[in-house]
Ligand binder design. Structure first.
Ligand SMILES: Cc1cc2nc3c(=O)[nH]c(=O)nc-3n(C[C@H](O)[C@H](O)[C@H](O)COP(=O)(O)OP(=O)(O)OC[C@H]3O[C@@H](n4cnc5c(N)ncnc54)[C@H](O)[C@@H]3O)c2cc1C
Length: 209
């Protein structure tokens, strides 16, 4: 593209930049997508080993998948989507953690999130740990889940911030631990979702020709 044709410069070829450039290009607006790295995708990065196994080093999950627009994009790309429950929502092997205990933990976690949602409505913000049941034998594991979600245990996570995050992420789905919350995967490389959006669509190719 000649320099004079560029009306908009998009800086950064992650999902957001690619989507913006895609839309501008398809609307006939001359645009230049600039990326500092030698690859597209930003924080979407999949490494595929010799056996063909795809390991997502960045994003990998389609959150709130039943209303996540990336699902339609994946389908339009002809990609398969794994709609089975994520591993942590399925029973695990019973080594040292019986099925009954797993169910008990699941119940405790669900009750914790319900209390947390309630606590977050208080006028004054408090640490999310206020929603822990003091005598609950699963508090250690519930705290471990927080380190996975937020990088810190519940006593360092604001109840209001966590609640806001959940509402934003789940777009109104108020039971994050509930099995009805859809969390799907594009197993054959999540990174191809935004990356393939960088390819010219038919319409764009035609208008360019
Ligand atoms: C480990 C990990 C796991 C994640 N898991 C999930 C998940 O399961 N589900 C989910 O939905 N989200 C997940 N995310 C978040 C998701 O990856 C990001 O929200 C999304 O990829 C961000 O896209 P973006 O385009 O906004 O930014 P980025 O992907 O960060 O893209 C920004 C791009 O801009 C480039 N850039 C920056 N500055 C300049 C400059 N000055 N000049 C040129 N280029 C520049 C960068 O190199 C980069 O390529 C995860 C993120 C990480 C890191």
């Amino acid at each position: 593209m000649a320099g004079g044709d560029v009306e908009v410069v998009v800086v950064g070829a992650g999902a957001a930049g690619i989507a913006a450039a895609r839309r501008l290009h398809d609307s006939g607006v001359g645009c230049l997508l600039v990326e500092a790295r030698p690859r597209l995708g930003g924080r979407a990065l999949t490494v595929i080993d010799e056996s063909g196994f795809a390991l997502d080093l960045g994003c990998g999950w389609l959150h709130s998948a039943d209303r996540n627009p990336w699902c339609d994009i994946a389908k339009a790309q002809g990609a398969s989507i794994d709609t089975s429950l994520p591993a942590w929502a399925r029973p695990s092997l019973e080594f040292g953690f019986s099925r009954a205990e797993q169910e008990e933990f699941g119940e405790a976690m669900g009750s914790f999130f319900a209390r947390l949602e309630h606590v977050a409505q208080n006028q004054t913000d408090v640490p999310s740990s206020a929603a822990l049941d003091p005598g609950c034998r699963w508090n250690g594991l519930i705290n471990a889940v927080s380190t996975y979600i937020s990088g810190a245990e519940w006593d360092q996570v604001s109840a209001k911030d966590f609640d806001r995050r959940q509402r934003r992420e789940l777009a109104g789905d108020r039971r994050p631990w509930h099995r009805d919350t859809k969390l799907w995967r594009r197993p054959a490389s999540h990174a191809r979702l935004p990356r393939d959006r960088g390819r010219p669509s038919r319409r764009a190719t035609e208008s360019r020709d």
